[in-house]
Design a protein around this ligand. Structure first.
Ligand SMILES: Cc1cc2nc3c(=O)[nH]c(=O)nc-3n(C[C@H](O)[C@H](O)[C@H](O)COP(=O)(O)OP(=O)(O)OC[C@H]3O[C@@H](n4cnc5c(N)ncnc54)[C@H](O)[C@@H]3O)c2cc1C
Length: 416
């Protein structure tokens, strides 16, 4: 079986590694002229780090990523609202990792080129369309540099081509563009010593107004990732197509955080020393009624773009990739394998997309801002025990599998 994967992001590259490990041939086409370590920080939950570890990438991850120890919410004055352990500290056998997205992509790319060969990832190659029949798929791919088109034949086509997926567009013609929820996100990485435990992911404020998510992403260098989420009604977000690599302006975001100075972090100083600020609207798409038609399917953000809440985007793409390879190898037939993959994944991930929209944790954080706009001494005077507890259960719904269930579940690895 030969699988053509469209897109060399986290999902596409993990799919290539997983298919190869399962004894299935894979080729990746990527629109970018070259693969560079783009993006800023990203988080992988234990169910995803298990899969990358089983793909033999555990040491590469451990040598750079931060094994996140806790997640803590504060109000915009730095008062501690709620905190909970993460990863190993929650009883998982695998850590939660905070890592630079580009670095993660390069770890995956190096492994793909090493294991599948130097010709296994074709850059500057844009999928323009496909046809399929009972015998296979014909993909039309444009070479952006030569300006020429080519036809690639495969048994299976996997659209791992992200938010603006052209495979999705062909499977679901007429679907509207990404849906914006009114929040703009500025993101960046700046030098800065890790704070609190040194492995803390901190969230301050609430995205009903201004929120900041901040965490270290490297054990090799003192690098802090930050995401500033601002609800705006200036109408600018949806008019600019969502592009993960779009530059943003520090002066647009800094004023919201001018007095956010906590004992453990000077927020305006962190933002001000960020070499490159990026801007992205918080968008997703409605859950799909199907991902697969015959020999063609979707994976990762192409199948289920979601708000970046609870560390799900990259983690779910990794899980998709592993289940896809597992089912194709188990069934031995393209149609049956893809149908089994979709059965295993679509409803589960669609539910996460919807749960991320609901943002119950943010409603509680907003309640804190309303009841104690100038800060508080004791959170127990502001929130009931039930309200506090609801923050943890909100993450439980969007982000976590049961630790024992994950620790004891059989591996998705297939002997190749
Ligand atoms: C440049 C970039 C930077 C990002 N930065 C961050 C970040 O800082 N933090 C974060 O949480 N998430 C970031 N993301 C998103 C994050 O990587 C995804 O949410 C998650 O990892 C799932 O990845 P994916 O492989 O499904 O999609 P993506 O990571 O979006 O990868 C899709 C790939 O498909 C390629 N592609 C698209 N159309 C075609 C086509 N027609 N033909 C061939 N190739 C095509 C794209 O160039 C891209 O490489 C970024 C994505 C990108 C592309």
């Amino acid at each position: 079986m030969r699988v053509l994967i469209v897109g060399a992001g986290v999902g596409g590259l993990t799919a290539a590694l997983s298919l190869h490990a399962a004894g299935i041939e894979a080729l990746v086409v990527e629109a970018s002229a070259s693969l560079r370590p783009l993006g800023v920080g990203i988080n992988l939950l234990p169910h995803a780090t298990r899969e990358l570890t089983e793909l033999g990438l555990g040491d590469a991850m451990t040598s750079t990523a931060i094994a996140t120890a806790e997640m803590v919410h504060f109000d915009r004055h730095g008062g501690r609202i709620w905190g909970e352990p993460r990863g190993l500290a929650l009883g998982y056998d695998w850590p939660q990792y905070s890592i630079h997205r580009g670095e993660l992509q390069m770890i995956l790319l190096d492994a793909v080129l090493d294991r599948l060969g130097p010709g296994s990832v074709r850059t500057a190659s844009v999928l323009e369309g496909f046809e399929q029949d009972a015998d296979g798929v014909r993909a039309h791919v444009l070479d952006r540099i030569a300006g020429t088109g080519a036809e690639i034949h495969a048994d299976v086509l996997v659209g791992a081509d992200g938010l603006h997926s052209s495979v999705r567009a062909q499977l679901h013609p007429g679907e509207p563009g990404p849906l914006w929820n009114g929040i703009r996100m500025w993101r960046g990485v700046a030098e800065g010593e890790p704070f609190l435990t040194g492995r803390t992911m901190a969230v301050a404020g609430s995205n009903a107004a201004a929120k900041l998510v901040v965490y270290p992403i490297s054990i090799r260098r003192p690098l802090i990732n930050w995401v500033a989420e601002i609800r705006t009604d200036d109408g600018m977000g949806p008019h600019r197509p969502a592009d993960w690599n779009r530059g943003g302006r520090l002066e647009d975001v800094l004023p919201y955080y001018a007095d956010w100075r906590f004992p453990w972090l000077d927020v305006p100083a962190l933002l001000a020393r960020t070499p490159r600020v990026l801007e992205y609207p918080m968008v997703d798409r409605d859950p799909l009624p199907f991902w697969t038609r015959g020999r063609v399917t979707l994976l990762g953000d192409a199948a289920h773009p979601m708000y970046p809440i609870g560390s799900n985007g990259g983690s779910q793409a990794v899980l998709d990739a592993r289940v896809l390879a597992h089912e194709l190898a188990r069934c031995g037939d393209p149609g049956a394998g893809l149908a089994a993959y979709e059965r295993a994944r679509r409803e589960t991930v669609n539910a996460i997309v919807l749960a991320c929209r609901d943002m119950p944790a943010d409603r509680v954080l907003q309640t804190v801002a309303e009841r104690a706009p100038d800060g508080f001494d004791r959170i127990e005077d502001v929130l009931t025990a039930e309200e506090l507890e609801s923050i943890g259960s909100a993450y439980q719904r969007t982000s976590f599998s049961d630790a024992k269930a994950l620790n004891t579940r059989p591996s998705l690895s297939v002997a190749g």
